[in-house]
Ligand binder design. Structure first.
Ligand SMILES: [Zn+2]
Length: 61
């Protein structure tokens, strides 16, 4: 039985792995293009994963 040295990352529950999305401003610019803004997930800062929670040894009261 192997033991991992680091817990495997988990998919971010807030964005479900889609950490970076392009959103539109809702209106087209004067060239007829639809400008988009790239926004990262706030919970995982655009990584799409969150580190597995592990309570450090001795952290419990
Ligand atoms: Zn996320």
């Amino acid at each position: 039985m192997t033991d991992r040295t680091a817990p495997a990352p988990r998919i971010c529950p807030n964005c479900d792995g889609f950490a970076t999305v392009a959103i539109t401003t809702g209106s087209r610019d004067r060239h007829g293009l639809l400008p988009t803004l790239t926004v990262d997930c706030r919970a995982c800062n655009g990584t799409g994963t969150v580190p597995a929670r592990r309570v450090p040894e001795g952290a419990r009261a």
